[in-house]
Design a protein around this ligand. Sequence first.
Ligand code: ZN
Length: 327
Amino acid sequence: MRLSEIAANAEVKYEIAEAMRRRSLPHAILIEGEKGCGKHTLADILAEYAVCRAEGERPCGVCPDCVKAQKGIHPDIVTVDGSQSGALNIEAIRNIRSGAYIKPNEAENKVYLLLQCEKMLPPAQNAFLKVLEEPPAHVLFVLTAVSATTLLQTIRSRVRTFSMYPPSPAEAAEVLEKMFPDKPQEVLIQAAQDSSGNIGAAIECLNSGGEEEKKAAEAIFRAIPLAAEYPLLLQTNSIIQNRAFALGVLERLCELASDCVKASCGVKRVSPVAAELAGGIPLKRLITIQRNIQQAREVLNYNVNLNFYGTWLCAALRRNENGGNYG
Ligand SMILES: [Zn+2]
């Protein structure tokens, strides 16, 4: 059941699963909750359920309707994102209203996903009320909003509201592990903690982090062999604003160092950056750098004070094979 993709929120998942099993989902559903608690995932699952035509459990996930729903190309699922200018104004709502009475194209039902309804102003809400008062039998409306209180009482009384909550960091980390199987567990746990269990924010951080982390790792690696200490100190201090980011950078640094050692040993299939960096540093020194980076990464797993860590990291990365410092 796709509902298991949603972290925590056991009660909501149970109620929805039961309604799906009995084929008795209400015609208008409002999902309220802050960003990242799984509202949109739930809305997508409800839409897939409504168009699925499997005999048994719905959504089956494999019938042509489910597949189209997952790809976002089902003609009977209309998604309107309220954050886009004018998407939920009166005129847009009137169009939705008239469209709702037209029979579905392919499926038995037609779904309107109205996302971020907190952007729908009262006049538009009043226009929407008319279709909620006499909803066509083949239509499912799924609204999402940060809070139900952003909608008029008249709307709230005609929709079934499900309240979702962000998962605990531990629960969020569990979900992130499924989504990012390649990322080290401590990076995922840290991302979950940094975002207070807000899965959407954690995903954003993990996704956008990739490029930034790579850039920072490269800048640090370039500064390690320089005679002056200051450029490296500047770089190491720039990554300690956030533990998840620092962990990500150290992770990239480990990969980079390992690639540089390989390149120095004549392995051809390494990144061009690693090949270039390895070119300027003797192998013996590269091996020392790699060992220093691995140790620095281990130290970060302990709950060290990040401010001290930046300065310590700089010295640690400059350590030579005899334990003294280069420079
Ligand atoms: Zn299906």
